[in-house]
Design a protein around this ligand. Structure first.
Ligand code: FPP
Length: 229
């Protein structure tokens, strides 16, 4: 029987290289990356994956050229809510992960609006990781616990203070474009995740690639620190 990961995390790398290979600006790569992202979400839905987390903008991505940062912020403010019919048709709940309070106001408002508008859709929950960093996420959870007067931290307490505590730990992390790094993504929850690295650049991804990474996931034996009987 094929085992379907409950939660997949995607590090969407290679937009810039995809654009460069076509003599296009890097921003064109991000727009193509957004189209790929929709296909990948459909692929997840078809496979029965219930949660997906997409690394859209890290706490370190502010260091990119200003016009590229502005372009990505523009995508968040202008494109996200425009896809509402797609979320409605396919039962997609959008959640944000990361500190969106630091985003330009129109981007922040659009993300808040889409989270509210899709909160009852229940085929798949998609976390958009924006201004997200795994180290900052752990610190935020610990600080929230301290504020409540908790004096001793445990893994359970950290998880309970995450932004979306109902989202289960990630089972599979996929990175496109041939890099072998975690890049500060889901550091806490990836403790027992499987990793799949693919050469294909993100804008070339589609539904079939989701089936392929799930096939690879099915070749792995997950032991969670124990032994398989
Ligand atoms: C990494 O490719 C990609 C990003 C930093 C951005 C990912 C964003 C998207 C796919 C768009 C998401 C948009 C919405 C509205 C959710 P890179 O630029 O680092 O590629 P390179 O390594 O080839 O330069």
């Amino acid at each position: 029987m094929r085992n379907i990961p409950q939660h997949i995390g995607f590090i969407m790398d290679g937009n810039g290289r995809w654009a460069k290979a076509r003599f296009l600006p890097r921003t064109a790569g991000h727009l193509a990356g957004l189209k790929a992202l929709k296909k990948v979400i459909l692929g997840c839905i078809n496979e029965g994956v219930r949660y997906a987390t997409l690394y859209c903008f890290s706490t370190e991505n502010w260091r990119r050229p200003q016009d590229e940062v502005n372009y990505l912020m523009g995508l968040f403010s202008e494109k996200i809510m425009g896809e509402f019919p797609f979320y409605e048709k396919n039962g997609i709940r959008i959640l944000t992960l990361g500190d969106i309070s630091a985003l330009p106001e129109d981007a922040r408002k659009s993300l808040e609006e889409v989270s509210e508008a899709t909160k009852n859709f229940d085929r798949i929950s998609v976390q958009l990781a924006i201004n997200y960093g795994g180290q900052a996420e752990i610190c935020q959870a610990v600080n929230a616990a301290i504020k409540e007067g908790i004096r001793e931290i445990s893994p359970e307490i950290i998880r309970a203070h995450f932004q979306n505590p109902d989202v289960p730990p990630v089972d599979l992390i996929v990175r496109s474009a041939g890099e072998f790094r975690i890049s500060n993504f889901l550091l806490f929850d990836s403790a027992y995740a499987e990793f799949v690295f693919c050469d294909k650049l993100w804008p070339d991804w589609g539904e079939k690639d989701v089936s392929d990474v799930i096939d690879t996931y099915n070749t792995r034996v997950r032991r969670f620190g124990g032994v398989v009987q």
